[in-house]
Design a protein around this ligand. Structure first.
Ligand code: ATP
Ligand code: MG
Length: 443
């Protein structure tokens, strides 16, 4: 029974009382991305397992420990996407979109799945808003991509975030760095966890990302990639910093960031918050100049980021940020008696269809008193009661619930137009009064 009445561990329902926060965050993120020239891409929730082995990397925590992989009924190995970039690249290559005019910029909102230990801000199904930009190696686009995230976070009212950046070099400098890391970790091999012992030969950089406490301690004193990057990568990194300065975006260089996915090259960055404990990265991303070719496309520099929406909303709640409220019910038309009730239904239907007005009527067979209570509960801005008398005299009294004032309207020719105008006028009037009150309270 418990299996029927509780959601799987690490998953979360977004209930109607909270979904408006999600709608708001998704709206702001999409709008910001659009004014930077991004267009939406939607890709499947699952992909061939091989895609993530190739893109994310065999020695990463994500692939080794966290993927939801299963055989489907046709015996194919399928994986629920643990991140958004691999599927986006697969789709753009498959559909030939990277042959288009460059840069190609896409954004997405997607569920991601990782088998992790659930805690606040760490789930097994979570959601990412992400962007990817293809075709430019110019450091200015690194700053522009960071600026997209920065604009979204700023517009959402999140203040105390820090931006940390680093460069992890290219395959040329990586070889030298790998050797240095190998030498360092090989001397301490016995103390490493079993997974990291395996990583030592194949990909020593992954040890820097291990969550094991002892591995973390050893990694803290390991050689830093910034000391090993080649001249080209250094010049690129300097270019990114200069462009960030020009954009007025504050950052700190953190030479320990390496990111948990193998595809990254050169610039990597994270936006961190102090408000969500150790789950501190709200947004993370970087460059992945080799991935498109690795996925069967032509060589094409690219970069992007993923923003964890659960963490983002958590940070906003803890910062007391405001979410745009859903619009309340415009009008509740109650009724008394069968004839009036069908007329009320006809009226609200027309208000919705012809005027786009959020209108409700009684669907529960309630008493008039209970109907008014309901109108109050749903926060209706206006209400009216239709009874035998109103039908006979063709008059309807419309009450402004905020001011308590009522106005009688003639239900003859042009009634709904008049009603809609009246409501719009009253709402404007209420808004002006609010502004006036605010003005006086500040005198
Ligand atoms: P972390 O270091 O916290 O494990 P990560 O490096 O694995 O993060 P990325 O793969 O870069 O994270 O994913 C981008 C963003 O997605 C993160 O910055 C975070 O906001 C969010 N995210 C990642 N994993 C989870 C998760 N299990 N639950 C909720 N959000 C997550
Ligand atoms: Mg992780």
């Amino acid at each position: 029974m418990a299996l029927l009445t509780s959601a799987p561990r690490g998953t979360q329902d977004v209930l109607p009382a909270d979904s408006y926060k999600w709608q708001y965050v998704e709206k702001v993120a999409s709008e910001e991305a659009k004014i930077f020239g991004y267009r939406e891409l939607r890709t499947p929730t699952f992909e061939h397992t091989e895609l993530f082995h190739r893109a994310v990397g065999d020695t990463t925590d994500v692939v080794q420990k966290e993927m939801y992989t299963f055989k489907d009924k046709g015996d194919r190995s399928i994986t629920l996407k643990p991140e958004g970039t691999a599927g986006a690249v697969r789709s753009l290559v498959e559909n030939g979109l990277l042959n288009d005019t460059l840069p190609v910029k896409v954004f997405y909102i997607t569920p991601c799945f990782r088998y992790e230990k659930p805690q606040a801000g760490r789930l097994r199904e979570f959601h990412q808003f992400g962007v990817e930009a293809f075709g430019s190696a110019n450091p200015v686009i690194d700053a522009e991509t960071i600026q997209v995230a920065h604009s979204i976070l700023t517009r959402l009212g999140i203040r105390n975030l820090s931006l940390e950046i680093n460069s992890i070099g290219c395959p040329t400098c990586r070889a030298k760095y790998h050797q240095a890391l190998y030498d360092y970790f090989a001397q301490r091999k016995d103390q490493l966890c079993d997974t990291c012992k395996g990583r030592l030969q194949k990909n020593p950089m992954r040890i820097l990302d291990c969550k094991n406490e002892t591995c973390k301690e050893i990694a803290a004193a390991a050689p830093k990639v910034l000391d090993y990057i080649c001249d080209d990568c250094r010049a690129h990194f300097e270019g990114v910093k200069k462009a960030l300065d020009a954009a007025g975006i504050a950052y700190a260089v953190n030479p320990t960031i390496v990111r948990g996915l193998d595809y990254y090259t050169r610039t990597v960055f994270e936006f961190l918050s102090n408000d969500i404990g150790s789950q501190s990265a709200v947004c993370a991303g970087g460059r992945y100049d080799g991935l498109v070719e690795e996925m069967g496309g032509k060589p094409l520099p690219a970069l992007g980021f993923g923003m964890g929406l659960e963490r983002l909303i958590l940070v906003m709640e803890r910062n007391g940020c405001e979410f745009e409220q859903p619009a309340p019910c415009d009008i509740y038309i109650g009724s008394m008696g069968e004839k009036a009730s069908s007329e009320a239904f006809r009226l609200v239907s027309r208000l919705r269809r012809d005027f786009g007005i959020y209108a409700e009527c009684d669907l529960m067979g309630r008493s008039v008193k209970a109907q008014m209570k309901y109108a109050n509960k749903i926060g209706a801005r206006f209400s009216a009661i239709l009874g035998e008398n109103e039908l006979e005299q063709q008059k309807l009294v419309v009450k402004n619930m905020a001011s308590g004032e009522s106005r009688e309207l003639d239900m003859g020719e042009g009634f709904l137009e008049k009603l809609a105008d009246h409501m719009a006028y009253e709402q404007l009037y209420n808004a002006c009064e609010d502004v006036e009150k605010l003005f006086h309270s500040q005198q």
